[in-house]
Design a protein around this ligand. Structure first.
Ligand SMILES: Cc1cc2nc3c(=O)[nH]c(=O)nc-3n(C[C@H](O)[C@H](O)[C@H](O)COP(=O)(O)OP(=O)(O)OC[C@H]3O[C@@H](n4cnc5c(N)ncnc54)[C@H](O)[C@@H]3O)c2cc1C
Length: 376
């Protein structure tokens, strides 16, 4: 959908999706307003953010160069459908894609409503092959999370301040934090997030940990709030991520195109930027290139951070907290958006306590360095 919104209007478009019904199943957060197709899509904005260390130390900041924005998937999809309904030469097909058959200069999409021929296919439904994702050499973690939209009886939240990471959760199951997005004094999305190789054994474990968090940190017992909605997700965090092949006339986009940032799982802005790039290339009559892989130095930092999270999760918690305390949120957002200069990167690295840890991590990842890919 994000790409469909960015295509030049003179290009005929067929969108095939297994569901054209807008779904309220994802809450996307980002800090780069320029990639949001319309300000009407913004559900809430926070100018103050907080990271809380395992010992309760709160690092808070009023953002000056950014803000933290939240978009709900239902509104985004409805907006997209409304736009596409007025777009010339546009067909929407609700069907499940079974196969994409490549031809020399065209491709055929075989789906449950028939077949569609196209000059180019942009696919976001097919995950990269498992062999790429989880070969032994790779550091392959998953960001897995369960969030609850809750409504409390009493006012407890500050709708001007979101908690980006609260590390006051049991770290014995791996690197974990809670994310709190307050929409009013009585409404918030509270999301328990893990960066670990495997999911928890069952969904009840996420629920129990969320219940315990709300009780301990907000003194909210289950009878003092209601759960209005649940969201659950898994995002790949893999070093040197190899997306499923993108070769004319079939291109992989979205998570299938490898656009999640390896060390954080943030993907929304990157997917939006990639859609804008493809749209601009097609407007100029250019066949889209391979796209916006991270610059090699950022792939390297992602590799170091993944290595730390996997092998020394306690140190990683310490490092994340320190990075925000010493560098501030605006600088960290530019770093995570891969917009910092090399000298800023060095300052950021040097801000970490015992930054020799990074060099130890570098040594441990030496077998992976050769595989970092140069931007295409
Ligand atoms: C719950 C959740 C919250 C997230 N929050 C954030 C966030 O805050 N910030 C951030 O940066 N990233 C976030 N992400 C990560 C990422 O931004 C999203 O996963 C994003 O939706 C990925 O876009 P996509 O186009 O790759 O996949 P999707 O949005 O999943 O789109 C794929 C589409 O393909 C359709 N489809 C699937 N299979 C078929 C088939 N066989 N035939 C036809 N259609 C099919 C699906 O119905 C879907 O509409 C989140 C992910 C999840 C799951």
């Amino acid at each position: 959908m994000s790409l469909a919104l960015r295509l030049p209007p003179d290009i005929p478009l067929t969108l095939v999706s297994d569901s054209l019904e807008p779904k309220d199943d994802k809450t996307w957060c980002l800090w780069d307003k320029r990639v949001i197709p319309s300000p009407d899509l913004i559900h809430h904005t926070w100018n103050c953010l907080k990271v809380i260390g395992p010992d309760g130390e709160a690092i808070r900041s009023r953002l000056s160069q950014h803000a933290y924005y939240c978009i709900r998937s239902e509104r985004f999809q409805q907006y997209g459908l409304d736009k596409l309904s007025n777009r010339p030469q546009t067909r929407l097909i609700e069907a499940r894609v079974n196969e994409i058959e490549p031809g020399k200069n065209t491709a055929v999409l075989h789906h449950t409503s028939g077949s569609t021929h196209a000059d180019m296919v942009f696919q976001s439904h097919r995950p990269p092959p498992n062999t790429h994702l989880y070969s032994e050499q790779r550091i392959a973690l998953k960001q897995h999370f369960q969030g609850w939209d809750i409504k409390t009886v009493q006012p407890v939240f500050d709708p001007d301040e979101a908690i980006l990471m609260d590390f006051r959760v049991d770290q014995s199951l791996g690197f974990a934090f809670v994310y709190v997005l307050p929409f009013s004094t009585t409404e918030a999305l509270v999301e328990l997030t893990f960066f670990t190789p495997d999911l928890l054994d069952n969904r009840a474990m996420y629920s129990n940990l969320l219940t315990a968090y709300l009780s301990t940190q907000f003194l909210l017992e289950p009878d003092s709030y209601s759960i209005k909605r649940t969201e659950f997700g898994v995002i790949p965090m893999v070093d040197g991520f190899v997306p499923s092949p993108s070769e004319h006339p079939i291109y992989s986009i979205g998570l299938a195109g490898g656009h999640a940032k390896a060390s954080t799982g943030y993907a929304f802005s990157r997917i939006m930027r990639d859609s804008m790039r493809i749209g601009a290339e097609l407007s100029r009559g250019v066949i889209p290139g391979r796209g916006s892989l991270s610059e090699i130095r950022y792939q390297f930092y992602d590799l170091l951070i993944l290595q730390l999270i996997k092998n020394e999760p306690d140190r990683a918690v310490d490092i994340f907290t320190t990075l925000f305390r010493k560098n501030g949120f605006d600088t960290m957002f530019r770093f995570l958006d891969e917009q910092t200069s090399f000298s800023e990167d060095l300052q950021i690295m040097a801000s970490v306590p015992r930054y020799s840890d990074f060099f130890r991590s570098m040594w441990r990842t030496r077998h992976r360095l050769a595989s970092l890919s140069v931007r295409g």
